[in-house]
Design a protein around this ligand. Sequence first.
Ligand code: MN
Length: 187
Amino acid sequence: MVELHGGKVGLTSEVGVGSCFMIDLPYVSASAQLAPARDVTPINAPQENTIANTTDDLVAPLPLVLLAEDNEANISTISSYLIAKGYRMVFAKNGQEAIALAKSHQPDLILMDVQMPIMDGLEATKQIRLDPNLVNTPIIALTALAMTGDRDRCIAAGASNYCSKPIRLKELNQMMENLLIDGDLIK
Ligand code: MN
């Protein structure tokens, strides 16, 4: 778990004295991770546009991620990492909830566990792709299955990419950034 967060575990032990376990966890404050405002006109630039910008126009909203996952440990590990990275998050615990939240919240990116109760992630992905508003939303399938052909099944269902469990958070974050940049959702 510590290594998944990019940390280290250490141990010193002396017979008859005791053992000391050390855990190193990298920490970056959420405020340091906030995306810089973009498309801000410099104050001394010529004002061609006579319509005043509101404050809302000046701050880029943080990407909204829908995490569809039924396992509590994965939800807490993935969400605490991504929230620290500056993402906003909504959560679904099965495929049906994932479809409903995708439609109502229009997330910038979806993380879709494959194995979930009620409706699995492959079926949910297929149905999400039928919505014209969600055709191009990046979807990363998360699966514990490591069988050959899994990747193909996820891509065939409409996933943009595939991440096998145990999830390596840095790798997942890189994959997310690439998809968001490709879709022009972040710069
Ligand atoms: Mn699952």
